[in-house]
Design a protein around this ligand. Structure first.
Ligand SMILES: NC(=O)c1ccc[n+]([C@@H]2O[C@H](COP(=O)([O-])OP(=O)(O)OC[C@H]3O[C@@H](n4cnc5c(N)ncnc54)[C@H](OP(=O)(O)O)[C@@H]3O)[C@@H](O)[C@H]2O)c1
Length: 247
C-alpha cells in the first residue's frame, strides 16, 4: 500500500538533512521526486544519491520566501505528493530577538509552508487530481523549548494550518497532515548531541536515544501513500516519547 509508482513528489528543503533523506525514501518507493531548495549545488548531490539507488529525481531552485519562486517551482504538471520540509531555526532569548530574525523564521517556516501548499493545491484542483501534502512541523510546535520562541510559534502555526487546509481541501481529494519529528540526528546537529548538553537532552527522552532519519520513513510513507487514504488533518509525533516525558 505504500508503493508510490507513478506518483510525482515535491520535497522542499531537499538539499540537506531530512529533506534529502525524504527524497531518497520516496524515490525508493517508486515516486519521481522533484527536489527543491536554494542551494542548487547541494541539490545536485541529492539527485546523485537518488540516481545511485536507481530512483528518479529532478532539481528545481526554490526559495519558499518568494511567491514568484514558489509559483515557478509548482508550475507544470501537478505534484500529487508534497513534502513541505524547508525550514530554519534561529535560537536566542526572546528579549534579544531582532525583528528581522522573527520575521525570517515566520516567513520561511510558516508562510513558506502556506505558499507551497497553496501553489501545489491550486495545480491539483485545476487538473482535478487529488494528493497528499505533508507539512513537517516539530514537537516544538506542541510543547516549548527554551530560546526558540519564533520557531515554536511557526511550527505551532504549521500544525493548525495543516488542519485548516485539510478541512478546506478534503472536497478536492487533497489530504493535509502534519509530521512532528522529535530530535533527529542529522549531519548538522551531530556535534551538539555529542556534547554534554546534548547528552543531557537525550537522557530526557523516554527511549533514551535520538531519532534517526530512518525512524521517519514509516510515518512519511504512511501519510504520502494510499496507506493513509483516510488520514487528513492528523498530527503525528515521531519522538521516542519526548512529548510524554515525565513532569
Ligand atoms: N533535525 C531535527 O531534529 C528536526 C526536528 C523537528 C523538525 N525538523 C524540521 O525538519 C525540517 C528539516 O530540518 P533539517 O534538520 O533537515 O534541517 P537542515 O539540514 O538545515 O535543512 C533545511 C533545509 O531547508 C532548506 N531551506 C531553508 N530555507 C529555505 C528557503 N527560504 N527556501 C527553500 N529552502 C529552504 C535548506 O536548503 P537551502 O539552504 O539550500 O535553501 C535545507 O535543505 C525543518 O522544517 C525542521 O524544522 C527537524
Amino acid at each position: 500500500m505504500t508503493d508510490l509508482t507513478g506518483r510525482r513528489a515535491l520535497v522542499t528543503g531537499a538539499s540537506s538533512g531530512l529533506g534529502r533523506h525524504f527524497a531518497q525514501v520516496l524515490a525508493a518507493a517508486g515516486a519521481e521526486v522533484t527536489v527543491a531548495a536554494r542551494r542548487t549545488d547541494a541539490l545536485a548531490e541529492t539527485v546523485a544519491l537518488v540516481t545511485a539507488q536507481g530512483g528518479r529525481a529532478l532539481p528545481v531552485a526554490l526559495d519558499v520566501t518568494s511567491p514568484e519562486s514558489v509559483a515557478a517551482a509548482c508550475a507544470g504538471a501537478p505534484f500529487d505528493i508534497v513534502i513541505n520540509n524547508a525550514g530554519i531555526a534561529l535560537d536566542g532569548p526572546a528579549l534579544k530577538m531582532p525583528d528581522a530574525d522573527w520575521s525570517r523564521v515566520i516567513d520561511t517556516d510558516l508562510s513558506g509552508v502556506f505558499r507551497v501548499a497553496q501553489a501545489a493545491a491550486a495545480r491539483m484542483v485545476a487538473e482535478k487530481v487529488g494528493g497528499s501534502i505533508v507539512n513537517v512541523a516539530s514537537i516544538v510546535g506542541l510543547r516549548v523549548a527554551g530560546n526558540l520562541s519564533a520557531y515554536a510559534a511557526a511550527k505551532a502555526g504549521v500544525i493548525q494550518l495543516s488542519k485548516a487546509l485539510a478541512l478546506e481541501w478534503a472536497r478536492n481529494g487533497i489530504r493535509v497532515n502534519a509530521l512532528c519529528p522529535g530530535y533527529i540526528e542529522t549531519p548538522l546537529n551531530a556535534e551538539f548531541f555529542a556534547s554534554e548538553p546534548g547528552q543531557a537532552l537525550i537522557r530526557r527522552i523516554p527511549q533514551r536515544r535520538l531519532g534517526q532519519m530512518r525512524d521517519l520513513d514509516g510515518p512519511l510513507l504512511l501519510l504520502a501513500s494510499e496507506a493513509g487514504a483516510y488520514m487528513t488533518g492528523s498530527v503525528i509525533a515521531v519522538d521516542g516519547g519526548h512529548l510524554v516525558s515525565s513532569l
